[in-house]
Design a protein around this ligand. Sequence first.
Ligand code: SAM
Length: 252
Amino acid sequence: MIAELIAWWRLDCLPAAQRLGYRREAAALTVRHRRLRAHWADHVAHTRSALLAAARAACVGDTPPKHAWIMGAGLLHDVPLEALLALFEHIDLVDVAFSPAARAAARAHPGRVTCVMLDVTGVLDDRTRDLTQAAPEPPPGAWVASVNILSQLPLLPCTALLDTGMPEADVERYGQALQQAHVALLNRAGHACLIIEYAQTQATGPDEALLPALPEKLAGLGWTKHAEWHWPLNPAGETREPEGRSMQAWMR
Ligand SMILES: C[S@@+](CC[C@H](N)C(=O)[O-])C[C@H]1O[C@@H](n2cnc3c(N)ncnc32)[C@H](O)[C@@H]1O
């Protein structure tokens, strides 16, 4: 509890996001990341190498991108920043919350690494906006990455909508539309990488797909799945039953 309070105090957060609970969530994730470091080490290593593989693939060719725009990078847990700096002239870490590590990285690489405090859905301060128009445009020509945020995007906005009394089916549709808008944003980039929690895994029982139709859709849009791994999100002792996530990395 105290550890979360200290982590919360050390984070910078966009006010609209803080009102919805993002600063609290980011503080909780910071503390869990520290406490479960050994259990999550493989997952973090897989995420880093999937990002790097996608970035290297994007940089092959006559006009490689010079700019990387990485969404969900505000805690800097799983972004191979030094290796990416060898590929790109400028790297934007895009998030609604930033840790001291991300701010220190920006200070250590002035003019090359920037913390961009931005809501990538465009609806956190106004959930009535047209979701297809609300998301920001990625910078022209940039390599754009989404690091394990697709499943997170609907959670707090949908909780706020449920609190207003919106029917559950409508909230469900809103959450799916928010995720579709995020994939559309990535699709507008010249080169992109998308890392997703595809399914929930359990020690007993079958996996439950969290994004069932997405792989087919991505393949149809010309994306390639280039890595898969398992993340023991809640190892034994964390929850009543251990459970994890089946992860996938896609690029185009
Ligand atoms: C589950 S974490 C992803 C894991 C993360 N890459 C790490 O370092 O641990 C989700 C991240 O997405 C960010 N995020 C969630 N919704 C966002 C939004 N609408 N705009 C920008 N960032 C968002 C959160 O602040 C958080 O840092």
